[in-house]
Design a binder for this molecule. Structure first.
Ligand code: DSN
Length: 387
C-alpha cells in the first residue's frame, strides 16, 4: 500500500479513538466523502452554469445548479455563490466586490474571537490592503454594543464584519444593523461557526438584517472544506442605495475571475449532498443537541472551579491560567482529548502563549454524545487543567 494510504488509515483511526472538541471540526458523512472522492475532481469548469470557458460541462452545470438551489433553501438567501475554496477566499471576495483598496473596514479583533480575514492588521490580505478598525469585547468576552456604536461613528467604515470564531454568545444582528446604518456601511455576517445553528433557528438568523452572509461548509454543516457567499433580500435593496444594480453579479465576478480559477466541482457536489442532509428534520435535532451539550460541558467545567466564558452556542473559552493554554492543550492531547489553545478576553499573555483553550461540541455530538458524556469529559478536563 502507498505510504500515504497507511497514514490516512492511521489518522482516521486516531480521529475515531480520541475525543474531538475543536469547535470548527466535525465528521462528514460517507455520502459527502464519496462525492469529494469522485471523478468530478477531473473536470475543469471555469465560469458559472450556462457560461463556462471549457466544453463538456453539461452535467457539471446540473451539479452546481443543484448545490445552489439546495443552498439557497438552507440559508434562506436570494443568491448563493458556492465556488469559494474556503472561508478566507469567500471573505476576500466580499471585500473585493464592495470595498476599494485603502478604504476602511471593521471587524472584531482576532484576540477577542474574530477572524484573520476581518481586518487583522499588517499580516493579512484584509489588514494590509484595507484600512482596518478592530473592535474588542468586554471583560465577560461580550460585545459592548454601546461602545461599538461610538467606535463605528468615529471610524466610519465602509463595511462591517459581524462574525466570530471564538465567541460563545448570541450575536445581536439588529443592533449590528443599526450600527452599520448609522454610517451607511455594508453589513456582512460571517456565520461560518454558527451556520448550523442559524439555519435551524437555534441561534437567530441574520438574514433580515445583513446584506450578505459568508459561511464555510465544513464546520457544523458537516460538508466539505469550502464556503458559500449568500446575498440576502436586504442586501439586494441596500445595493440599490449604493447605486449597484447587480450585487449578485459583483459577488460572482469577485470569486471568478477576481480571485479564483476553476471551481472544485467535487467539493461543490459534496456541498449539495451536505445541504440536503442539513435540510432534514434530524439535522435540527442534531444542532439542538449541540447547544444542549455545550451548556452541559460548560457547567461541568465550572463545577470544577474553572473560569468558563460561555456558552450560548456550540463553544466556550476556558481560562487555564496566565499563558497556560498551550500547556493545557498538550496535556489534554496526551490524554486523548483534542482541543486548541486560545486567547481569553483581554489576555495578559503573549499571543504566542495564550491563557485559554477553546472547546466545542459539534464533532462529538455527531458521534452520538449527549449531556452525560459531556459532563463526564468536562470533569476529566477539569482535573487535567487543575493538575
Ligand atoms: N480556523 C478556523 C477555526 O478553527 O475557527 C476559523 O477559520
Amino acid at each position: 500500500m502507498d505510504k500515504i494510504f497507511e497514514l490516512i488509515e492511521q489518522e482516521e483511526k486516531y480521529q475515531a479513538e480520541t475525543v474531538r472538541l475543536i469547535p470548527s471540526e466535525n465528521f462528514a458523512s460517507e455520502a459527502v466523502r464519496a462525492a469529494l472522492g469522485s471523478g468530478l475532481t477531473n473536470k475543469y469548469a471555469e465560469g458559472y452554469p450556462g457560461k463556462r470557458y471549457y466544453q463538456g460541462n453539461k452535467i457539471i452545470d446540473e451539479i452546481e445548479n443543484l448545490a445552489i438551489e439546495r443552498g439557497k433553501k438552507l440559508f434562506g438567501v436570494e443568491h448563493l455563490n458556492v465556488q469559494s475554496y474556503s472561508g478566507s477566499p469567500a471573505n476576500s471576495a466580499v471585500l473585493m466586490a464592495l470595498v476599494e483598496p485603502g478604504e476602511k473596514i471593521c471587524g472584531m479583533k482576532l484576540s477577542a474571537g474574530g477572524h484573520l480575514t476581518h481586518g487583522h492588521p499588517r499580516i493579512t490580505f484584509s489588514g494590509k490592503y484595507f484600512d482596518s478598525a478592530q473592535y474588542d469585547v468586554d471583560s465577560e468576552g461580550r460585545i459592548d454594543y454601546e461602545q461599538l456604536v461610538e467606535f463605528v461613528k468615529t471610524e466610519k467604515p465602509k463595511l462591517i464584519f459581524a462574525g466570530t470564531t471564538a465567541y460563545p454568545w448570541i450575536l445581536d444582528w439588529k443592533k449590528f444593523r443599526e450600527i452599520a446604518d448609522s454610517v451607511g456601511a455594508w453589513l456582512v455576517a460571517d456565520i461560518s461557526h454558527i451556520s448550523g445553528l442559524t439555519v435551524t433557528g437555534v441561534h437567530p438568523s441574520p438574514n433580515e438584517y445583513v446584506d450578505m452572509v459568508t459561511s464555510t461548509t465544513h464546520k457544523m454543516l458537516r460538508g466539505p472544506r469550502g464556503a458559500v457567499i449568500g446575498v440576502t433580500k436586504r442586501g439586494i435593496s441596500s445595493a440599490k442605495g449604493f447605486g449597484i444594480l447587480d450585487l449578485e453579479k459583483r459577488i460572482d465576478r469577485a470569486v471568478f475571475p477576481g480571485l479564483q480559477g476553476g471551481p472544485h466541482m467535487n467539493t461543490i457536489a459534496a456541498m449539495a449532498v451536505a445541504f440536503e442532509e442539513d435540510i432534514q428534520p434530524e439535522y435540527k435535532n442534531y444542532t439542538e443537541q449541540v447547544a444542549k451539550n455545550a451548556k452541559a460541558l460548560a457547567e461541568s467545567l465550572k463545577s470544577k472551579g474553572l473560569r468558563v466564558y460561555g456558552t450560548e452556542n456550540h463553544l466556550m473559552i476556558v481560562d487555564c491560567g496566565l499563558e497556560k493554554g498551550k500547556e493545557a492543550a498538550v496535556k489534554l492531547e496526551e490524554a486523548g482529548i483534542i482541543v486548541n489553545a486560545n486567547t481569553i478576553p483581554h489576555d495578559q499573555g503573549s499571543p504566542f502563549r495564550p491563557s485559554g483553550i477553546r472547546l466545542g461540541t459539534p464533532a462529538m455530538t455527531t458521534k452520538g454524545w449527549k449531556e452525560k458524556e459531556f459532563e463526564e469529559v468536562g470533569k476529566r478536563i477539569g482535573a487535567i487543567i487543575k493538575n
